[in-house]
Design a protein around this ligand. Sequence first.
Ligand SMILES: N[C@H](CCC[C@H](N)C(=O)O)C(=O)O
Length: 276
Amino acid sequence: MILKFTKMHGAGNDFVVIDLVSQRCKLRPRDFRNIADRRFGVGCDQILLVEPPGSPEVDFRYRIFNADGGEVEQCGNGARCFARFVREKKLTAKRVLKVETAGGVITLRAHEQHQVEVDMGVPEFAPANIPFAAEQQADSYRLAVADQTFEIGAVSMGNPHAVTRVDDVDAMDLEDLGPQIENHPDFPQRVNAGFMQIVSENEIKLRVFERGVGETLACGTGACAAVVYGLQRGWLQDSVTVQLPGGKLSISWPGDGQGVIMTGPTAVVFEGTIKI
Ligand SMILES: N[C@H](CCC[C@H](N)C(=O)O)C(=O)O
């Protein structure tokens, strides 16, 4: 089968987006790995599937697969690209979309200059999908990694994040530390490892070693998790600019029980086809 796709990115986090509303196709985990591993000539961090809604309450279903082929609960940068994709492909004319993901329903709002705002839902601390062996104290806990101990914030945006505050993100060896945290036994479903540097109470620098991918140029849910952790610890105020290697995201969180709002860019790189 010849499958059409669109290559997109959100602040450098890059995606192969496939419309399964207009083209029906059964894809398997190895197909996702083959796509991400450039076996069809195109690599990506995640594959995003656009599917018809599973219920009348939502406009679409949005499924996310990491480069290692695993399906995951949420992808923030992907959600923004999703909103632009469905409008530019004329699958909808709506500016505000309700989209069902494995991590829950999110609301996408298309703005000018291809900026998209997403209500990423209510964050959870040390939630059920990150069962800890370690003791959870207050808003952080200590994770033993090789011969070091990291004080981290465990935050779920539907998908699991372990956020560590550091003095200089650029000095961190993510190739060494990333996999050790991603695969730490305290995280039976593995975890996205975020390293956050506080620039001011309204700005952070962030690098993320993503579960199932490795270090990416940006991680939307990782930016949300880092800001929520920083607010919880009193290091940040409620509207924060997150500087990632691939670009900037704006994150705000009014507090407990409220959704995290992320706003950022989207880009279309090229259209293509693959033979599945
Ligand atoms: N690697 C993540 C999924 C993609 C998240 C990221 N690309 C984003 O923009 O939120 C996980 O395994 O939970």
